[in-house]
Design a protein around this ligand. Sequence first.
Ligand SMILES: *Cc1c(COP(=O)(O)O)cnc(C)c1O
Length: 591
Amino acid sequence: MPTILVSTDDRSGPWLRRAATRQVGTLAIDQYVARTRLAYFSMEIAIRPDMPTYSGGLGILAGDTARTAADLGLPMVFVTLISRDGYLRQEMDPSGRQGDAPDPWDPQQEALALPAMAAIEIEGRLVWIRPWLHMLQRPNGNVVPILLLDTDVPGNDPADRAITGRLYGGDATMRLKQEIVLGIGGERLLRALGFEIATYHLNEGHAALLAISLLRRYPQTPTSAEGGFPYDVARVRESCVFTTHTPVEAGHDRFDYALVQRLLGDFIDQGVLRRLAGDDTLNMTRLALNLSSYVNGVAERHQQTAARMFPGYPIRAVTNGVHPQTWAHPTFARLFDALVPHWTHEPELLGRADQLSDADVRAAHDAAKAELLDLIRAAGGPAFDPALPVLAFARRITGYKRPHLLLDAPDRLAAIARRHPFQVVFAGKAHPRDEGGRELIARLQADIARLRGAVTMAFLPGYDFALARRLVAGADVWLNTPQPPLEASGTSGMKAALNGVPSLSVLDGWWVEGCIEGVTGWAIGREGDAPETHGRALLDKLEGTVLPLFHDDPAGWCRVMKGAISKVGAVFTSHRMMRRYAAEAYLGRGA
Ligand SMILES: *Cc1c(COP(=O)(O)O)cnc(C)c1O
């Protein structure tokens, strides 16, 4: 069948839809096109462990969102970039420095190229975008479609074919091109495929140009003269939901207007753009704030921080959650099946996990822990003793996460380990252009080597979806040491809790809501403490509370494991999160 092309002026519609339907007939995409009303746009989505279309927490969250949307039968379509070269395969040189290797994959194995393309204009050239379709299917039979946008198609300029290659690769020009493909290209393709979308969810500012694409579709009407814009701004706003994900200033994309003008030409009037996205630079966050009627941060604490950063915008909080069936280890899933059969649909039922027997919880945990220790050994790490506690620190390695906090007083750490032996596993990637983060990885490994014989520690390379599943289930304590208030939410501690692994964490992000001292885990220091005091507070809490409980009071430890499942695992789920988005953002906007 010939590919059907849609030009930039949108001779869109049913043709494409019919063509796509025929091509993937058994999947009956037509049925999904007809029922879908919500579109979720994200630069990255962790769909499956063998599809490296994500970099870290943002993509994992988007993946858990898609899995939950399918579980719940929400009428959603997901749109992301295909990222053929993945994000980063973490290879270390002999000195412990992380390289910059791509992580290519073959879309043919996981998705179907639709016989449809839409074009956008970048730098005055037509850039054709082909969507690949991945049908995300859940055990209950429900499915959501995910469209992966690909510019690597014959006929495109070689420079443009590379746009959807490397996730977050290249310079600011490349980043803006990627955001144009996602926002403008994605909006255009959905329409070309026949989707009739009522609400667009912008996952982070990367997708904000989508709102510009919508503006052009809704010219001013006599009743919509708002602000003198030549567009129906109110209507666009009614269509958009925006979730902001970071209080870190560098996490908000900004682009020079000269660059915007060069890439987008007269796609949108520059005066209008400046009024919506900032005078000096195009600020994607500001653009999304101005064109969305529902805006939220990802934890209560983050909502407060975001409200201070963006005064004048009503910002709500929907605390992140994780997908229980994805993150509960199979041994725990079996316990949950027996205890509360419907936990995968209604994970709140895990509130009853305090009724599990100590023996069952221990056996499930021991199995998960054995798998992790095997993995550490197979990666060339030291032999960990399964009878001793394992602390895990796994996150993106960057300055404000302070991976080093545990190691800042090595003599005291070694003395604690003599009295209350413990072991530590570290993992995490640094963004290839985060020189400080790459330095921290090298330093971590040097310190691990220096403390050999005193404290058993390992750094596991290649932190990703698959490794995260092993770590969150196999550790005994989940360690988190961000510098407040820079951790917007964090989700890995929620995954650990589902496996009976309590957190030991600074009070920031979601932990402000999740921590019940001594019941679900432990806080490092108190709220408002100076960040310089956290290192000492961490060692105090380890030495005085956490390690003695593990070694001297097995029943007390088991109570905390069950507290983590029943009071955190049951609550901080993507099911709660998506039911809230559905009720408050998708349906009850402005409530
Ligand atoms: C869950 C997850 C994250 C995000 O967790 P944080 O608590 O924010 O660090 C990042 N990377 C991977 C691979 C994950 O699974």
